[in-house]
Ligand binder design. Structure first.
Ligand SMILES: Cc1cc2nc3c(=O)[nH]c(=O)nc-3n(C[C@H](O)[C@H](O)[C@H](O)COP(=O)(O)OP(=O)(O)OC[C@H]3O[C@@H](n4cnc5c(N)ncnc54)[C@H](O)[C@@H]3O)c2cc1C
Length: 465
């Protein structure tokens, strides 16, 4: 007779198997998440690692005497140099990226990714500056606590001739400048990282980073170990600081993106109060070299308010017309239905971004959350060509929507032969997502469980910091 009551040993074994399976699923999910985020960020991560590792190796090449020493002051001097040169390198690259260099942007996967890299370079610069400052201050405390011996009085010979002597004569001034610049840097970077600090104020205060950066360049030029200048670490530092200083001046003169700006007028306005969306049709009066569907622009309706990024929600037909769909998501965008007038001026800077639907396979899945539909509308317009067929599924999640808006999206989808339906299988598609970060993370995970490879999930980061 076969017993249907499990033996206690079977129960223990079943429990162990189910626990092991839960553990494996959990571990797999964590690994999958790491894999997905690595792939989403692959360009900027490689760049970040390449920069920090190359610079550290170049420093090590130039400054390795500390390796065989047990003297605290020799170690302190070496690591003050390392945190100093690496800190300036990451801040210089961050400064260069802040002025939106056109050639670098596509290589880093678009402006949103480039600004993410800018943020991480800023955080790295902050950490290295704190270490640099702590190392500079450390002898006073370590001697006070009795952890190290006070060194004998330093015997300074006469200043050398030439540039070396000139730089040495300015050391005290450079140290004081560096210390105050460090305090300012800490305040400005912390304000940039505190999300509750209003974006508008962050934007204004962040511009002062350019001044702080220029002061730190002076500090570095005077205090960098003189022998470094004739080696790789010094030469690369010099190149980065020259480019970074030029970028700081461009930023202070408010000339960022000036060659990519076009003046235009508002041609038509259409407010959808239920969904809180304002459609703004613009006619450009200056030259615009075109854009790919899915790219965005920095739009200025009011000089006092400044630029806001919005996706260009129309395909380019070489006629100067473009459309923006703007959701009343914040303090400024809420005021736009009352403030904007037909015939009013606007400036459009761009195009930027790499959310342009290039994939190795034709088959694509698009996922939009709310106002995240904007790049897909532009793409559907671009696909609405006779005889052109691309197998695309569009899933759009939206809370409130007027019938008219829905009809328009359906009409655009139908003209582009894009199917609007639920997605059940993630085996052969590329997924394009634009919308809130939490929604993106949940989708990435869900699609991952269905077997969708990380390299096939493309996400626009709808946040600049
Ligand atoms: C690449 C990109 C494309 C976008 N496309 C669209 C679109 O097509 N339609 C749409 O409705 N929204 C879009 N947005 C979002 C839009 O830029 C913000 O909702 C808008 O700027 C909010 O401004 P606010 O002052 O009303 O809100 P606030 O409440 O002041 O800010 C809300 C958040 O918006 C962001 N933000 C505010 N001002 C700026 C700025 N000047 N530059 C960058 N980010 C800012 C900040 O993250 C801030 O925390 C896009 C954002 C990005 C980054």
């Amino acid at each position: 007779m076969v017993s249907i009551v499990p033996e206690p040993s079977d129960l223990v074994a079943d429990k162990a198997v189910s626990q092991a399976s839960a553990f494996c699923q959990g571990a797999f999910s964590i690994l999958h998440r790491i894999d997905l985020s690595l792939n989403t960020m692959k360009h900027i991560q490689r760049f970040y690692l390449g920069l920090t590792v190359t610079f550290s190796l170049l420093w090590l090449w130039a400054d390795s005497a500390w390796l065989g020493s047990s003297n605290y002051f020799i170690w302190r001097s070496a690591f003050t140099n390392w945190t100093g040169v690496l800190g300036m390198a990451v801040m210089s690259v961050g400064m260069i990226l802040a002025v939106r260099p056109i050639r670098v942007e596509p290589r880093l996967g678009g402006l949103d990714k480039m600004y993410r890299l800018h943020k991480w370079l800023g955080i790295t610069g902050l950490v290295l500056s704190v270490l640099h400052w702590a190392l500079a201050k450390s002898p006073k405390y370590l001697i006070g606590w009795g952890w190290i011996e006070r060194p004998g009085p330093r015997v300074r010979g006469p200043l050398p001739d030439g540039i070396a002597g000139l730089l040495m004569s300015q050391r005290k001034l450079a140290e004081v400048l560096g210390e105050y610049a460090f305090y300012a840097l800490c305040v400005l970077l912390l304000l940039a990282l505190i999300k509750h600090f209003p974006y508008k104020r962050f934007f204004k205060t962040h511009r002062w980073m350019a001044v702080v950066y220029l002061v730190l360049v002076v500090h570095t030029v005077v205090l960098m170990k003189f022998s470094f200048w004739s080696q790789g670490v010094g030469l690369l530092s010099a190149v980065l600081m020259v480019l970074g200083s030029a970028a700081a001046v461009v930023s202070l003169l408010r000339r960022v993106g000036i060659h990519r700006r076009a003046v235009g007028v508002i041609e038509a306005l259409e407010h959808h109060p239920e969904s809180g969306v304002l459609r703004v049709d613009v006619r450009l009066q200056d030259r615009w070299d075109g854009h790919a569907a899915g790219q965005f622009a920095f739009v200025t309706f009011d000089q006092a308010e400044g630029q806001h990024p919005f996706t260009i929600s129309s395909a380019w037909h070489d006629d100067g017309h473009m459309t923006f769909l703007i959701k009343d998501g914040g303090d400024y965008t809420r005021t736009l239905p009352d403030k904007l007038k037909v015939g009013g001026p606007c400036t459009v800077e761009g195009p930027y971004g790499n959310f342009v639907f290039d994939s190795s396979t034709q088959r694509q899945i698009w996922v939009a959350g709310g106002i995240g539909i904007t790049p897909f509308i532009a793409r559907m317009q671009a696909l609405a060509k006779p005889g052109y067929e691309q197998p695309v599924d569009l899933f759009w999640s939206v809370r409130d929507l007027e019938d008219e808006a829905l009809r328009r999206v359906q009409a655009a989808a139908s003209k582009a032969r894009v199917r609007l339906h639920m997605i059940r299988d993630g085996q052969n598609e590329h997924v394009w997502f634009c919308g809130p970060a939490g929604f993106g993370a949940a989708l990435r995970e869900g699609f991952g469980r269905l077997g969708l490879g990380a390299e096939r999930f493309h996400q626009e980061l709808f946040q600049m910091r």
